[in-house]
Ligand binder design. Structure first.
Ligand SMILES: NC(=O)C1=CN([C@@H]2O[C@H](COP(=O)(O)OP(=O)(O)OC[C@H]3O[C@@H](n4cnc5c(N)ncnc54)[C@H](OP(=O)(O)O)[C@@H]3O)[C@@H](O)[C@H]2O)C=CC1
Ligand SMILES: CC(C)(CO)C(=O)C(=O)O
Length: 330
């Protein structure tokens, strides 16, 4: 294993979150490799990565390529793509992966590794909505994965340039709950980059909190065009949001999530985040695929395994999917 100073770190997918991570890591002195393509690849080569956040402006050169073979084996990979990109991406990552490589998916929604490392009646089950026929589980050894929940808001201003207007927090945890050595060094590396980083023995607890955040805001933001401030702050929209939160809390509880979750406090915090456009609303605006399977369908699937329904959430997902499919809507 390499020492903390010469670890090979790769960001896969240099959009809003990938650039935020790359810029903070690079500015902290950690050399960063970036797997990118198209205009983003050219921009990163020419100008490095740029980020404006609450601490000011950060700029760092990065080593970037579209070729995994050129980048070679890494100690740590942050996957920062949208969920729908994973099926095409994971089978291509082979050249980046060595025997000790840690892979941290920084991806919203129910992760494809959700049941990995869990004992009990669901052990080894696949979440079909995010991992149809187990294709993702087959493409990447699940032992490589360190779970992550990301509480960052970010938007791409241009290729290789990100802006983030709220505090950064990442929670990391082993799928089986161990406080492993790799969990500690990855947490330290992220923390060193000025991103608050916590190690959790129960990574699915913050995961459910984040699922509630996404499910109560992202699909509704596509239907309405509303920002977080509006969704969580306006009395009319809060009524719908509160129903989705209640439905999702029941599913989280059925899976044993230990979260202290007060919907009123949560909505106040959400409204205080300001005029933030969810990542799904950004995708909608660009005509990109929406993460409805990971953020929505997968939760409905998990609810079904417990014999529970989510009628309001299901309706909102139907409307968001319809809106996302309209060719004239972008
Ligand atoms: N933005 C936000 O505020 C937040 C986002 N998240 C989550 O973080 C994850 C990342 O989101 P975000 O950064 O917003 O997403 P973006 O769409 O901004 O960035 C994704 C990037 O991945 C790249 N990519 C996709 N496939 C490949 C590939 N095969 N090879 C190389 N690059 C690839 C895309 O490139 P290209 O442009 O060429 O397609 C794009 O640059 C999502 O799950 C999102 O829900 C979580 C919290 C907040
Ligand atoms: C900002 C936030 C928390 C909204 O749900 C998010 O994760 C996203 O935009 O995808």
């Amino acid at each position: 294993m390499s020492s903390p100073t010469n670890r090979r770190v790769c960001i896969v997918g240099a959009g809003a979150i990938g650039c935020t991570l790359a810029a903070r890591l690079g500015a902290s002195g950690q050399p960063v490799n970036v797997l990118a393509r198209g205009q983003t690849l050219a921009a990163l080569r020419d100008n490095g990565v740029r980020l404006t956040d609450l601490d000011g402006s950060h700029h760092s050169p990065v080593n970037t390529s579209h070729s995994t073979a050129e980048l070679g084996e890494q100690d740590l990979i942050f996957i920062c793509t949208k969920a729908p990109a994973l099926a095409g991406l994971l089978p291509t990552l082979g050249p980046l992966i060595g025997p000790e490589t840690v892979v941290v998916p920084v991806v919203n929604g129910v992760p494809w590794w959700y049941f990995h490392g869990l004992p009990g009646r669901f052990a080894g089950r696949q979440v079909q909505a995010v991992d149809p026929d187990g294709a993702l589980s087959a493409a990447l050894d699940l032992q490589r994965i360190l779970g992550c929940v990301v509480f960052i808001t970010a938007e791409s201003e241009a290729p290789g340039v990100a802006r983030s207007d709220n505090p950064h927090l990442m929670i990391l945890g082993e799928p089986d709950g161990r406080l492993s050595e790799r969990l500690h060094w990855v947490r330290a590396l992220v923390e060193q980059a000025g991103i608050e980083a916590r190690a959790s023995e129960h990574i699915r607890d913050p995961l459910w909190t984040k699922i509630i955040a996404n499910l109560s805001s992202n699909p509704l933001s596509v239907i309405t065009g509303a920002t977080l401030e509006q969704l969580y702050g306006r009395a009319d929209l809060r009524g719908v949001v509160a129903k989705i939160i209640q439905e999702t809390l029941l599913i989280a509880a059925a899976y044993g999530a230990r979260i202290a979750f007060d919907p009123e406090t949560f909505m106040k915090l959400g409204a205080d985040m300001g005029a933030v456009r969810t990542s799904m609303l950004q995708d909608y605006g660009h005509g990109r695929p929406l993460e409805l399977a990971a953020i929505g369908d997968a939760v409905i699937e998990l609810a079904g395994y417990q014999g529970l329904g989510m009628p309001v959430t299901q309706d909102i997902l139907t409307l968001a999917r319809f809106r996302g499919e309209q060719p004239t809507a972008h």
